[in-house]
Design a protein around this ligand. Structure first.
Ligand code: TXA
Ligand code: MG
Length: 325
């Protein structure tokens, strides 16, 4: 078990020193909990890969205080500037050409680096006194469901890390949106996330290409594997809403995960992600709900997709990867 620390001044000081000494800790962000290390210390970052069981060709995001740090670690451009001004601090990760100061360990040898400035107040307080950016992937074992509470991190990685900073449940609940802005004229989405693509298009005043899918593009978005965010129990995904009748007649060995609360709550194996279909609420609860269902004895999880719009694209992306076998 890790020690779960409340965000007091004393604990934040302890964590800064812990990170500076080359160690790794669980840290809250507004999207999901991260497994943080000093991004300028290759050995510390190597520990992150080991603890997570992550392949070394899947690079880490560097977390910065804000836009003023961007030039220190990357070759910026006007598109990146507009995006950072519009959405930082917040759930947007921007990929840019890296500067030599960023270790190859962080970027898996790529010549680009993924940068984000999180808005979580405790993460920001921690960062304020850190003389380095914090490299942090989501704090889940490779390919399992991401953590949105400190006890999720403890359950999966508590044996391998000494400390987890408890910043409460994540307010957004899904990872940041990743955009490749190396070519300022043709920015590309690499991963759907908590920031809807339409918001980015509005800020830039242009349409943006959808996430890469082909194997040939894997070096651009190394982490976009088809199987990810996956519970132990297999997931069957439905493109159409699950009917009240199916829920009424449901097999008690299966768990049903629907987007909105059914008219009548029927049985213990029926789970829902929102009262009225609100996509923010659905995203916020998705991973925690999948984890609690996965702790049960079900043979299968039957889940329904959201509408392919706004955050619905992100929710469906995660559900599809969770259901991939
Ligand atoms: O919300 C988030 O982004 C969370 C919190 C902790 O900040 N972090 C997160 O990290 O989701 P992770 O490591 O689970 O996912 C980061 C993704 C990976 O798929 C990785 O391949 C991709 O970002 N990535 C990192 N650096 C990249 C780069 N230079 N080019 C393309 N993709 C990159
Ligand atoms: Mg992850």
């Amino acid at each position: 078990m890790a020690e779960i620390l409340k965000p007091t001044e004393e604990n934040l000081r302890l964590l800064r020193e812990f990170l500076l000494s080359g160690e790794v800790a669980g840290l809250p962000t507004e999207t999901v909990y991260g497994l943080g290390a000093n991004a300028l210390d290759p050995k510390a970052c190597q520990k992150v890969f080991e603890i997570k069981g992550r392949p070394s060709n899947d690079p880490l995001i560097c977390h910065l205080s804000g836009f003023s740090d961007i030039e220190r670690y990357s070759e910026s451009n006007p598109t990146a500037r507009i995006l950072a001004e519009a959405f930082w601090p917040g759930p947007l990760t921007i990929v840019l050409r890296k500067k030599p100061i960023v270790p190859d360990m962080v970027t898996s040898g790529l010549d680009s680096v993924a940068l984000r400035s999180p808005s979580h107040p405790d993460f920001r307080s921690l960062m304020e006194g850190c003389p380095f950016p914090i490299a942090a992937p989501s704090a889940n074992p490779f390919s399992y469901i991401s953590p949105t509470r400190s006890d999720h991190v403890d359950a999966n990685l508590g044996e391998k890390i000494a400390y987890i900073l408890d910043g409460g449940p994540c307010s957004l609940g899904v990872e940041s949106t990743i955009i490749d802005a190396r070519d300022p004229k043709r920015p590309r989405i690499l991963r759907y996330g908590a920031l809807p693509v339409a918001d980015i298009e509005n800020a830039l005043g242009q349409r943006i290409e959808a996430p890469v899918k082909s194997a040939a593009d894997v070096h651009i978005a190394p982490g976009s594997l088809p199987k990810h965010y996956s519970p132990r129990i297999p997931v069957e995904l439905r493109t159409d809403p699950i009917s009240d009748q199916e829920l009424r007649e449901s097999d008690s060995q299966l768990a049903y995960l629907v987007l909105r609360k059914p008219n009548r709550v029927l049985a213990d194996n029926i789970y829902w992600l929102s009262d009225n279909g609100n996509l923010n609420e659905i995203a916020k609860k998705l991973y925690a709900k999948l984890r609690s269902i996965d702790a049960g004895d079900y043979k299968k999880i039957v889940a329904e997709e959201a509408q392919e719009l706004g955050l619905g694209l992100t929710i469906n992306d995660r559900l599809r990867r969770a259901s991939y076998r």
